[in-house]
Design a protein around this ligand. Structure first.
Ligand SMILES: Cc1cc2nc3c(=O)[nH]c(=O)nc-3n(C[C@H](O)[C@H](O)[C@H](O)COP(=O)(O)O)c2cc1C
Length: 210
């Protein structure tokens, strides 16, 4: 890694020193061991999340209480400005619940993912409290996150621009080139395009305000 990767773990839990905090500490320590700069922040639904823009990877983690993902994280996404500030961010998700399994994947993960359409989800994992004492489970999750991040960065360097799209970029004022190029490449990457065409530039631009 040439530049230090920056990750933030946003989480919620009703418990102090419960399994969610223990998961966050283990995941944070493993990321740090791998050379990542890590911060953590407990969510409040109405907090200002503009700070997440400074991070390369955003990990969202929460327990499930009564079939619903913990309310301050969910609230930050649904009512607060977290979703807006996560635009084009690379995300990893982890949940903690008593019964991790297919039902949990079907019932609980979509509560977060429905708010993250258009984001690249690097990895997702559901832990039970018991799984957290297994170092391998945490390590595997962290390796998945970092491998997928590297993969996303590699595929980005392979993006092709058509002549028409390049002409369109060149037609914009020079001070806008960097920002528009990054916006279109992020959009292409999140939606699985390998080639940037003039049409895709229009789509990315019109999608930006949504
Ligand atoms: C009040 C309460 C409700 C819970 N509801 C669910 C549930 O609906 N589904 C589930 O799989 N686990 C449920 N659990 C298990 C928790 O998700 C699990 O214990 C988790 O580790 C709690 O995280 P915490 O220690 O950070 O509070 C519940 C636990 C509590 C205390």
């Amino acid at each position: 890694m040439s530049e230090t990767l920056k990750a933030v773990i946003l989480y919620d839990s009703m418990s102090k020193g419960g399994s969610t905090e223990s998961a966050i500490n283990s995941i944070g320590m493993k990321l740090a061991e791998e050379g990542v700069y890590v911060e953590k922040a407990k969510c409040k639904a109405n907090a200002d999340y503009s700070f997440v823009r400074d991070f390369d990877i955003v990990l969202l983690g929460a327990p499930v209480y009564y079939f619903v993902v913990a309310s301050q994280l969910l609230g930050a996404l649904v009512q607060g400005n977290l979703k807006k500030n996560l635009k084009r961010k690379k995300i990893a998700l982890f949940l903690i619940c008593g019964t991790p399994g297919t039902m949990a994947a079907v019932l609980y993960l979509p509560q977060l993912k429905v708010n993250l359409v258009g984001n690249r989800i690097l990895a997702e994992k559901i832990f039970s409290p018991a799984m957290l004492s297994n170092e391998d489970a945490i390590d595997d999750f962290v390796y998945d996150v970092l491998e997928e991040y590297e993969r996303a960065m590699r595929s980005r360097t392979k993006l092709q621009w058509t002549d028409e799209a390049l002409d369109m970029l060149q037609g914009l004022p020079p001070f806008m080139h960097g920002g528009i190029k990054a916006l279109v490449e992020d959009y292409a990457e999140a939606h699985g395009y390998n080639t940037i065409t003039a049409e895709l530039m229009d789509i990315a631009r019109s999608d930006q305000g949504k």
